[in-house]
Design a binder for this molecule. Structure first.
Ligand code: URP
Ligand code: ZN
Ligand code: ZN
Ligand code: ZN
Length: 479
């Protein structure tokens, strides 16, 4: 199958151009001058399908480098399976995810890795890769890191929070980082001081401050800044490259900026929720249905932060200055009924996570509409840098000959209504939306995954199993 996308505006991280894109089979074969003339040869007359993208952007498919499909967490499982979650991602213009294989203390890392393949294989709508979570760093974890690198797992997430669940102590962190500095892996860090948070949570519950709002107040920015600083110092000590996940505090961005200015390989992502939502408006919300438990919809970690303190504004600033390089969702959805409601009367029992995998491209496009970021920067933050950071670039993250035919046709004059209410039903397996009622500019018109049209004109045309495992290389973003 040969597909030609004509009359569109091709947006790469490097710039914007009027160009036609020819996809042959699964691969982009050519980026042509408008009119598709190639040495007098009429390309349009020799393809199977022509898609007219006049007035629209033609962008590399989105890459969400932080998702948790069916993650076992908080006594339950994230409500999107690989099937439902990747299909929802496709609807929103994301054509690749990198999901996290979970290892709890005592579990065998390589067994867990195989288990995640079993969950994903044959079920995904779009291509997928894996990061590996390491919980208790043993000598066997270090050899597993080497083995997983050969499998295309080149990044490993550690946690400085969730004691007894995921938390690694500083010695364990250093041990894993030492190995990463030798084998080239990228260390990812959940940077929050878990001991401090556990104490504040206990004290809050004992005082009777049990509603979701206090999830935010018991995970203060100081706990994020301190852990971010500590992670940076441990990475500095060992020489390992470091990627901080889900940054929400402006003070954490400052720590990252200091490290980067010193020339250290320190990188970071933020997520849509930290750009738009807040402690006051969301965690502090109440409704007729849920009372002050309404805020549970937005319980995630790191938490939504105070708008009065200006964190949201600083995240946009960090995205402009490249102190933050990537926007992922940290997609970890739970339903209110039967999942989040386990925490009624005790916010610490609310499963942590928000689901946004479907809406990331649209939500971040609003940054272009509002003048916070440029059009190429939108593509860079949501596709090109994730591809480079996680060893996928060339195949993913760019519209150029030889790249996979992962292409989204985005209509800047279109409109998207987000939510689960009347006329809005999203495709994620959640009984609410963290973005209910968002009426926003822009619309994902057509999604092509390795040359196959999987979404077009508000219809899903793909089949489960279209998505294949992507064996990643080492990071292509290091200094
Ligand atoms: O609240 C969150 N972020 N849930 C997912 C697990 C994690 O820490 O990323
Ligand atoms: Zn985390
Ligand atoms: Zn996460
Ligand atoms: Zn449209």
């Amino acid at each position: 199958m040969k597909t030609l996308i004509t009359n569109g505006t091709v947006v790469n991280a490097t710039g914007v151009a009027s160009a036609d894109v020819l996809i042959d089979g699964e691969t982009i074969a050519a980026v042509l001058a408008p009119g598709s003339a190639l040495l007098g040869f009429d390309v349009a007359a020799n393809v199977d399908r022509v898609i007219d993208a006049r007035g629209k952007y033609v962008i590399p498919g989105g890459i969400d480098a932080h998702t948790h499909m069916e993650m076992p967490f908080g006594g339950t499982f994230a409500s999107d399976t690989f099937e439902t979650g990747t299909r929802a991602a496709a609807w929103g213009g994301t054509t690749s995810i990198v999901d996290f294989v979970v290892q709890y203390a005592g579990e065998n890392i390589l067994d867990q890795y195989q288990l995640w393949h079993q969950k994903a294989a044959g079920n995904c709508a779009i291509d997928y890769g894996f990061h590996q979570i390491l919980s208790d760093v043993q000598d066997s974890s270090l050899t597993a890191m080497d083995e997983l690198l050969n499998e295309g797992v080149s990044s490993f997430k550690l946690f400085m929070a969730y004691k007894g669940v995921f938390l690694s102590d500083d010695g364990q962190i250093v041990k894993a980082m030492q190995r990463a500095s030798e084998n080239g892996a990228l260390m990812m860090m959940h940077a929050e001081n878990g001991s401090v948070i556990d104490l504040l949570v206990q004290q809050s519950i004992a005082r009777g401050d049990t509603s979701p709002y206090f999830h935010g107040t018991t995970r203060p920015w100081q706990a994020e800044e301190e852990a971010t600083h500590r992670a940076i110092m441990l990475a500095n000590l060992t020489g390992a490259p470091l990627y901080i996940v889900h940054v929400s505090a402006k003070q954490a961005v400052e720590q990252i900026a200091i490290a980067r200015d010193r020339g250290q390989n320190v990188f970071a992502e933020t997520c849509p929720q930290y750009l738009y939502l807040s402690l006051e408006e969301q965690l502090g919300a109440s409704s007729e249905q849920w009372g002050d438990f309404e805020g549970a919809k937005w319980v995630c970690s790191t938490p939504l932060r105070s708008r009065a303190e200006g964190h949201q504004h600083h995240m946009w600033q960090g995205l402009r200055t490249n102190d933050l390089q990537i926007i992922s969702t940290d997609h970890c959805p739970f339903c209110m009924k039967g999942q989040k409601d386990m925490g009624i009367g005790d916010f610490s029992k609310i499963p942590n996570g928000i689901g946004s995998v479907e809406h990331r491209m649209d939500l971040i496009y609003q940054g272009v509409v509002m003048g916070e970021i440029s059009l190429p920067r939108w593509v860079e933050l949501t596709s090109t840098t994730p591809a480079r950071m996680f060893g996928m670039y060339g195949k993913k993250g760019v519209i150029q000959p030889g790249a996979d035919g992962d292409v989204v046709i985005y209509d800047p004059n279109g409109h998207t209504s987000i939510g689960v209410g009347e006329g809005r039903s999203h495709h994620m397996n959640m009984d609410y939306s963290a973005w209910e009622g968002y009426e926003i500019d822009g619309h994902v018109d057509t999604v092509i995954s390795r040359g196959k049209v999987i979404v077009d004109d508000n219809s899903y045309l793909g089949t489960k199993g279209d998505g294949k495992y992507f064996k990643r290389g080492l990071s292509q973003y290091l200094i």
